[in-house]
Write a protein that binds this ligand. Structure first.
Ligand code: HSE
Length: 300
């Protein structure tokens, strides 16, 4: 028997929520197919769509790490074959490693008769993020698994809170063709935050969460600011300032770095505006001279 699961791209941080906020988009992602084998090994038997870049070794491949952690926790002695079909570009900031791990966990859980509740799969996915980028951040894997907007209120112990998704909210993802790996874009971050910045950031996080619940697009817009990670990271992304400028008069709510970049996310209050943002981003990057892919998606 073979079981296949899909997990979507995700936008981590959502500007102000470094490592604690993320949301899932609905149109693109990774697929994983799993089956039992008659050895006692976990094997990644096939990867498509990665241009040969991902490792098959199960202690390096995010699917392998996640499934290994899960099977260990249930003391499962059999073997599992994993086939990964990448829909997401690597090193893009769209939660590519998270989508692979989550799809692998959901498929394996189903294959074994759902021994785990959905949310109980999260620690295994976080383990795979630790291997993929050196930090066990949960702001991609949580929305990839649970959908919608998710808050990670705490890591120790893990406390993950699904949030409301306002009706009509759309996202445009602009992916300039550069690779930034998360470990590198974490290494440029300041290790200390001033009291003033901590206050500003807390206000914005609270404002964003309130805005999501009140479905108050203006409040969401005012809260999409990041004084902690964006200043150090945006300089790695050509066209970032130009994009911020270009969306201002389109009616979009705000623009930020998706996860650790280089993809940018832009939130809009309607699908129409999200498409207008997509057109403007083509014009911006034509000037910058960098090829891009653009996706418009609802948040699910
Ligand atoms: N919160 C993580 C970071 C997300 O910003 O490094 C990585 O996709």
């Amino acid at each position: 028997k073979k079981v296949t699961a899909f997990a979507p791209a995700t936008v981590a941080n959502v500007s102000c929520g470094f490592d604690i906020l993320g949301f899932a988009v609905d149109s693109l992602g990774d697929r994983v197919t799993v089956s039992l084998n008659d050895t006692n090994e976990i094997r990644v038997t096939r990867i498509e769509g990665d241009n040969g870049k991902l490792p098959l070794a199960i202690d390096k491949n995010t699917c392998g790490v996640a499934v290994n952690a899960m099977l260990k926790a249930m003391d499962f002695k059999g073997g599992v074959d994993i086939e990964l079909y990448k829909g997401l570009p690597l090193g893009s900031g769209m939660g590519s490693s998270a989508a692979s791990a989550v799809a692998a966990l959901v498929a394996t859980n189903r294959l074994l008769g759902n021994p785990f509740e959905k949310a109980a799969l999260l620690p295994f996915a976080i383990e795979s993020e630790r291997v993929a980028c050196g930090a066990g951040h949960a702001d991609n894997v949580s929305p990839a698994l649970l959908g919608g907007f998710v808050l990670i209120r705490d890591y120790h112990p893990l406390d993950v809170i699904p949030l409301n998704v306002p009706r009509g909210l759309y996202c445009t993802l602009v992916h300039p063709h550069l690779v930034l790996n998360t470990a590198d874009s974490r290494s440029v971050l300041k290790q200390h935050v001033s009291l003033k910045d901590a206050t500003t950031q807390s206000g914005n996080i609270a404002g964003l969460v309130a805005g999501l619940y009140q479905e108050d697009m203006e409040l969401i817009s005012r809260s999409l600011n990041d004084v902690i990670a964006e200043p150090s990271r945006s300089i790695l992304i050509p066209g970032y300032e130009e994009m911020k400028e270009a969306i201002k008069t389109a009616g979009a709510l705000g623009c930020g770095i998706s996860g650790s970049g280089p993809t940018l996310f832009i939130l809009s209050p309607t699908e129409e505006i999200a498409w207008e943002v997509s057109r403007r981003s083509q014009a911006v990057y034509e000037k910058v001279g960098l090829p891009i892919d653009v996706y418009v998606s609802a948040i699910n």
